[in-house]
Design a protein around this ligand. Structure first.
Ligand code: AMP
Length: 215
């Protein structure tokens, strides 16, 4: 199955997408994660992307489309994938359709997740990540066992993403409403959108997601 998870920063696309992909043997393709890895490695893509990411702005469409083009061709994506963070613009959504059509595939589902913005800001401000396995914690609602270190990698202290500061979070929301939210209507008008509430316990959100996907 080929699935897009759509929704604002912090809504839980990564957390839910991970579980969905793991349980079904699909690849989780998180474009933010791919870019952060490029930044950490100091590649030319990473150096360019970082300037925009740190300011809460989008990386140009052609760069992102090329990146997803490559990544979706990898063997682990052959039986299916969950896209987290792509598409983020109408140009990217059009490119994704053409890309899949050119390979004889189509998107099976687009799932939109939503949560009130103030709750999202709270979630993002207390979000921390393990630098080794990239597991995401929340210091208020999903803290690690010892309070500050990854359960599986206690040698590594958790880190805050550079773009999870309050001013950058606000900018990312602005960009989200301007550039990404129009994708709700884009997919709704094509009859391809299912909507799932992103608030509430994680297991409940996951159940709603699997019902929406019929899997
Ligand atoms: P995320 O982890 O999805 O919140 O993405 C972090 C940052 O990476 C975003 O704020 C953008 O700067 C960049 N990014 C990730 N995915 C995309 C995309 N599809 N298009 C443009 N920029 C992206």
């Amino acid at each position: 199955m080929r699935v897009v998870l759509l929704g604002p920063p912090g809504v839980g696309k990564g957390t839910q997408g991970h579980r969905l992909a793991d349980e079904h043997g699909w690849a989780l393709i998180s474009t933010g994660e791919i870019l952060r890895a490029a930044v950490a490695q100091g590649t030319p893509l990473g150096l360019e992307a970082r300037k925009r990411m740190d300011r809460g702005l989008l990386v140009p469409d052609d760069v992102m489309i090329g990146l997803v083009w490559e990544r979706t061709l990898a063997p682990d994506a052959a039986s299916g994938f969950v896209l987290d963070g792509f598409p983020r613009t109408v140009v990217q959504a059009d490119a994704l359709d053409s890309m899949l059509q050119g390979r004889g595939f189509h998107l099976d589902r687009v799932v939109a997740m939503s949560v009130a913005e103030e709750e999202l800001v709270r979630r993002l401000s207390s979000r921390r990540e393990c630098p080794v396995c990239k597991r995401v914690y929340n210091m208020k609602s999903l803290a690690p066992m010892d309070g500050s270190r990854c359960d599986d990698h206690p040698e590594a202290g958790l880190v805050q993403r550079a773009d999870d500061t309050e001013s950058t979070i606000r900018r990312r929301f602005q960009v989200y409403w301007d550039e990404t939210a129009p994708l709700f209507d884009y997919y709704r008008n094509q009859g391809r959108l299912c909507e799932v509430p992103g608030a509430g316990p994680m297991d409940e959100v996951y159940r709603a997601l699997t019902v929406a996907l019929g899997c």
